[in-house]
Design a protein around this ligand. Structure first.
Ligand code: ZN
Length: 270
């Protein structure tokens, strides 16, 4: 059976880093074959690169989370752009807009996402997008960007990480070529919105993630999440779509590899 690909994690979080070897061992035992290790500020970007160098399972991404928008300087963006160009970096992210917690001013968040979309285009890499209470607004930025990314020949302009919107809200992104990433909250009994979203989207538009150490699956709520638990999201997708777990893993892992421009293993059709 194809292994799972966790398209969004933060193993550099001190709570997971304290058990880094254990986290990777359990991920391997659960059959994972890739984990995106996503930066969100300058120290976590540097750490994503440093940790990814220690395991072939880990693929780093670099970017500034919208919460950082009031703090990010031009010099910090220049430094991030240099890291983003490194061959081992698979995406720019996580970037986005967060009008739920609003930890930075809206205008600063909008300028920051635009600057980072420019960097993604310059290095020809996809973006990993955080959107909270901004599901419609963020298309103002991602729509024009995705057209340019596709002109450049990117397989996908990016991934909507932990998408919390409805099927109707997802449709413009899917039409623009974005993948929609499903996290473990799909297992929560009250989360009919995400199950409806999955029911309505084709498997070719889906990837899976944990957002570790956040968002643990049902049965582990209140605990730390880690990449091994991404299987819970895959199982929930299989149930909702009434297909096998192996089909979900095969397709979502192929989608993740295509998104991040990672060669498919020998013998696997793209
Ligand atoms: Zn995240």
């Amino acid at each position: 059976m194809t292994g799972a690909f966790d398209t969004h994690s933060h193993i550099q979080d001190p709570k997971l880093l304290a058990d880094f070897d254990g986290v990777l061992q359990r991920a391997t035992a659960a059959g994972l074959e890739g984990i995106a290790l996503c930066g969100y500020d300058a120290p976590s970007n540097a750490l994503a690169l440093e940790l990814a160098a220690r395991s072939p399972l880990l693929f780093p991404t670099v970017g500034f989370h919208p919460h950082e928008a009031d703090e990010v300087t031009t010099a910090m963006l220049d430094e991030m752009a240099t890291l983003a160009a490194l061959p081992e970096v698979v995406a720019v992210g996580e970037i986005g807009l967060d009008f739920y917690r609003n930890l930075s001013a809206e205008s600063a968040q909008r300028s920051l996402i635009d600057a980072q979309l420019e960097i993604a285009l310059a290095v020809r890499k996809p973006v990993s997008v955080h959107s909270r209470s901004a599901e419609e607004t963020i298309f103002d930025h991602l729509g024009p960007y995705s057209a340019k990314a596709r002109e450049q020949g990117l397989a996908s302009p990016g991934v909507m990480h932990c998408f919390g919107g409805t099927l109707a809200q997802a449709e413009p992104y899917v039409a623009a070529g974005f993948l929609v990433s499903i996290a473990c909250p799909i297992t929560y009994p009250a989360n009919e919105t995400t199950r409806d979203l999955v029911r309505g989207l084709p498997l070719r538009s889906l990837v899976i993630e944990t957002d570790s150490p956040y968002l643990p699956p049902q049965g582990r709520r209140g605990q730390l999440n880690e990449p091994a638990h991404v299987i819970a999201a895959a199982k929930a997708i299989a149930e909702v779509k009434d297909i096998s777990l192996s089909e979900v893993l095969e397709r979502t892992t192929a989608n993740a590899r295509q998104l991040f421009q990672i060669a498919q293993p020998a013998g696997v059709a793209a």
